[in-house]
Design a protein around this ligand. Structure first.
Ligand SMILES: [Zn+2]
Length: 97
């Protein structure tokens, strides 16, 4: 998860408000202020989505592409072999060389 500098709220809800998520009793996470980086199952593609995608799926029945869903479902295994923070830093550093 990469923290963004700004914050987006869901414009589909009738009232504009910050959206939060708490998973497994963990800390409260502001949705709309970060992006998810998820590698495809074969590590050939990196999917990047706003973390507000969780809200779009759970509240608005948004259906992401199957490849993204497969990547998210396999993320627990993928993250054992892939570090999104290191990948992000590597990509950012290569962009400014
Ligand atoms: Zn909404």
């Amino acid at each position: 998860m990469n923290q963004a500098r700004g914050n987006h709220v869901c414009t589909l809800c009738s009232e504009l408000h910050d959206t939060f998520l708490i998973l497994d009793g963990g800390p409260k996470m502001l949705l709309g202020a970060a992006e998810l980086w998820v590698p495809s199952l074969d590590y050939s593609v990196i999917f990047v989505a706003p973390n507000l995608v969780y809200h779009y799926v759970s509240e608005h029945r948004y259906a992401p592409p199957n490849a993204f869903v497969d990547a998210v479902l396999g993320a627990e295994v993928a993250y054992k072999q892939w570090d999104p923070r290191a990948e992000s830093e590597k990509l950012l550093n290569s962009a400014f060389v």
